[in-house]
Design a protein around this ligand. Structure first.
Ligand code: C2E
Ligand code: MG
Ligand code: MG
Length: 747
């Protein structure tokens, strides 16, 4: 209540008493008010309450009554300034409010909040009432707050990190760095939802679940988040957040955000670099591994090819057996040991009998398979320390260290035995037989060369003695092989030194008893060696090739001789000339024959070429061609020594052969041996059924003659009539010949 208000209208109460009561009530109100209240008149304190006194440092209100207000201000000027500032407002009837510096009784200053009003604005003399509050504490608190806020914004504005205050996920405040970080202008984000800097709705919703739990526990959130800049660019941020008041999450949170995109990029680049490096290392390692592997492979290949070269150099590619080179090494080694330990050693030369036939008739493929099969058998028949080597073709050498004659014979038998079983190659069942020659160390040779030559010579003997056999080297063989060497040398000069001669053996018809032909047989008379049999030197001439010039000489000489005989009036006869295989296979043969006939001015029909079965059968197709050619030229052909070789009837039919010459080995026992009788009889009837003539050679007795004639043989040749004779003796023989005598002998 305003003390200046007129007393209430009361009819029953004493007005004064009422006033006193009102004043007391007023005093109570004044005393209990929390603020200082003062009534001022003429710049002096008329009344004030207890609080007012306390504010100014007085024990009670009474002490202040009558004091001038100027004493309450720091100085007069301040007091006057307030009055000048306040009275215009108050004069308008309004309250004047101000915060001013005032002074306590002890002269200390303080801040006071004043609210003043005139009791009667129309009359300033009636005084004014002021409400005073000590706001020193408030003021300093506010000042402190301001300081804090200034500091805070200083921090905010100068921080290198983005800081944002969120409440209900709305930005209440943020620093410039935060806005810059997200690509916004200063102030643009204030009041915005945090959704703005998330890439999408889901990210934003999920983010909440990240910090809600730690916040509820009074903890902070720290982590990396992918945020979105204004232009949509994603940036990686390191985010730390904390509730402003953990007990009251509604107060909001403060977020410190740092762009770590660059760091992230660097990290990623580093990771990438590391991954690249690892990859590089990995690929280098792989490359290295590959290189190492390639190197290893190369080394293996190298080793393999070296081994291959070694194998090729030392082993026979077909059979896998050691070759001559390896045999050299092995035998040298074995001979050294034998020498040192005074041991024996055996060396075998093994050659297959008629192996050529297999090659020629069934082809080299079959022949090769036989050799491979044979190699295996030979190897398994000998001991570990023995060596079976292949020299080429069908020639093998078996080296048996520490073996004497007895042991070698045992091995030879075993080898013969092992070849007995036929080889099944494709549809062919083939049997091969070897001939084996054995030489012994030291008696037959002390080096490989001599030993193998000795064994070779012994092998030839085994062949001569019927093949499929073994034979030791002997003194006789030694002598023979020495002789072969001598003959070889001497034969080379035989033609030029005129040591060759031809003898002629008559051939007589069993029908007429007349001389129908002659066989030219070669003779060699050497001044030192004497007369050498063609059976001995023809094989030597065949082996050294001299048979070609010698054979040509025979043809030329024989035909020349016939020409001379005819010129001298001899009844016409045919001339049989032996041809060796080498001559027959010479491509030039038919032309040569024709030209020699031409030179001798003789009809081709006078010439009969004797071929052995082997010559014709070895290469049947080319033999057929050559025979056809010769046949076309009018030359006749006969098969010499028929029955000793392997003639195939089917080929025989296709050969342009005129005559079969029954070998003398069948004729020899023809009178006693029923087998020979049968064979000769069979040859004659087969020949006649094929339209071929027959001639028997080696006829020495009348009995043989009678048998042959009885069987229908066409012609005969042999000592019974005449030995081969020199030309002039032959001529004489023909002149003396009496066909009728033969007829008489036979009848
Ligand atoms: P070949 O062609 O079978 O000649 C027959 C051989 O038997 C001749 O021996 C001959 O003297 C001999 N002979 C004839 N009648 C009888 C007989 O009643 N009893 C006996 N025991 N032997 C008789 P030769 O003259 O020593 O000739 C031996 C082989 O030498 C010939 O066998 C022939 O294969 C070959 N030959 C001879 N001259 C030549 C030639 O000019 N060229 C060729 N390539 N080989 C020839
Ligand atoms: Mg002959
Ligand atoms: Mg003969």
């Amino acid at each position: 209540m305003n003390p200046s208000d007129p007393p209430s209208d009361s009819t029953h109460l004493d007005t004064l008493a009422q006033l006193r009561l009102a004043l007391r009530e007023q005093q109570v109100i004044l005393d209990t008010a929390g603020v200082g209240i003062v009534f001022i008149q003429q710049r002096r304190i008329i009344r004030c309450n207890q609080r007012y006194a306390e504010i100014y440092g007085y024990a009670n209100a009474t002490e202040m009554l009558g004091n001038t207000t100027a004493s309450l201000y720091p100085n007069d000027a301040a007091s006057r300034a307030l009055g000048e500032a306040a009275y215009p407002t108050m004069a308008r009837g309004q309250s004047y409010k101000s915060e001013v510096r005032m002074k306590r009784r002890d002269q200390t200053g303080f801040w006071a909040h004043l609210t003043g009003k005139l009791v009667n604005p129309g009359d300033t003399g009636e005084g004014s009432i002021w409400i005073v509050d000590d706001i020193t504490e408030q003021k300093s608190a506010r000042a402190q707050l301001e300081e804090v806020l200034i500091e805070q914004s200083l921090i905010l504005d100068n921080a290198m990190v983005g800081i944002v205050f969120l409440r209900q996920r709305m930005a209440t405040r943020c620093n410039q760095a935060f806005e810059t970080l997200l690509g916004y202008q200063p102030g643009e984000l204030r009041g915005c939802s945090s959704r703005k800097w998330y890439l999408n709705e889901q990210d934003w919703l999920e983010a909440a679940s990240l910090w809600q739990v730690p916040f509820s526990k009074g903890l902070g959130f720290e982590g990396e988040m992918r945020l979105c800049q204004k232009d949509g660019t994603a940036i990686d941020c390191d985010v730390r957040a904390r509730a402003i008041d953990p007990k009251n999450p509604g107060e909001g949170s403060i977020w410190i955000t740092m762009d770590i995109s660059a760091r992230k990029r660097a990290e990623n680049a580093l990771l990438q670099a590391r991954a690249d490096l690892e990859k590089l290392v990995e690929s280098r390692t792989l490359e290295l591994k590959r290189t190492v592997m390639a190197l290893e492979r190369k080394a293996i290949e190298q080793k393999e090819s070296e081994a291959m070269i070694q194998r090729l150099a030392h082993f026979d590619p077909l059979t896998g057996l050691p070759n001559r080179l390896l045999l050299n090494d092995r035998s040298e080694h074995a001979l050294n040991i034998a020498r040192r330990n005074q041991q024996c050693l055996a060396l075998m030369f093994l050659d297959l009998d008629h192996f050529k036939n297999i090659n020629d008739s069934l082809g080299h493929r079959v022949g090769d398979q036989v050799l491979v099969g044979l190699a295996t058998r030979l190897k398994s028949a000998v001991r570990e320390q023995d060596t079976v080597a292949r020299l080429g073709g069908d020639e093998f050498i078996v080296l048996l260290p520490d073996t004497d004659a007895e042991g070698a014979a045992r091995v030879a038998k075993k080898l013969l035995q092992t070849t007995l079983r036929p080889f099944q190659i494709e549809q062919n069942e083939l049997t091969v037989t070897p001939s084996i020659g054995i030489a012994l160390y030291p008696q037959d040779g002390t080096d490989l060369d001599t030993l193998s030559r000795s064994a070779d010579a012994a092998m030839y003997h085994a062949k001569e003695e019927g093949r499929n056999n073994y034979r030791f080297f002997t003194c006789e063989i030694q002598a023979q092989s020495d002789r072969t060497l001598v003959l070889d040398n001497a034969l080379r000069r035989a033609l030029e030194r005129d040591q060759l001669q031809l003898h002629f053996q008559p051939q007589i018809s069993l029908r007429t008893g007349q001389i129908v032909g002659a066989e030219a047989l070669l003779r060699w008379n050497h001044p030192q060696l004497g007369s050498v049999s063609p059976a001995e030197f023809i094989p030597v001439a065949e082996s050294n090739g001299l048979i070609l010039p010698i054979g040509e000489w025979v043809l030329r000489t024989a035909l020349k001789q016939l020409g001379e005989w005819i010129a001298r009036g001899m009844a016409p006869i045919t001339l049989a000339v032996n041809l060796s295989a080498l001559q027959f296979r010479h491509a030039n043969l038919p032309q040569l024959v024709s030209s020699i006939l031409l030179d001798a001015a003789l009809a081709p029909g006078v010439l009969e070429l004797e071929l052995t079965e082997g010559v014709a059968m070895t290469h049947p197709l080319s033999a057929i061609a050559t025979m056809d050619d010769l046949h076309r030229r009018g030359v006749r052909m006969s098969i010499d020594d028929f029955g000793t070789g392997y003639s195939s009837l089917s080929y025989l039919k296709r050969f342009q052969v005129y005559k079969l010459k029954i070998d003398q080995s069948f004729v020899r026992d023809i009178t006693d041996d029923p087998d020979d009788k049968a064979i000769v009889g069979a040859i004659i009837s087969m020949a006649s059924s094929l339209g071929l003539k027959t001639i028997a050679e080696g006829v020495e007795t009348a009995g043989q003659l009678a048998f042959l004639r009885a069987r229908g043989c066409d012609e005969v040749q042999g000592y019974f009539f005449s030995r081969p004779l020199p030309a002039d003796a032959f001529e004489k023989f023909t002149l003396q010949h009496r066909p009728e005598l033969i007829q008489i002998q036979l009848s």
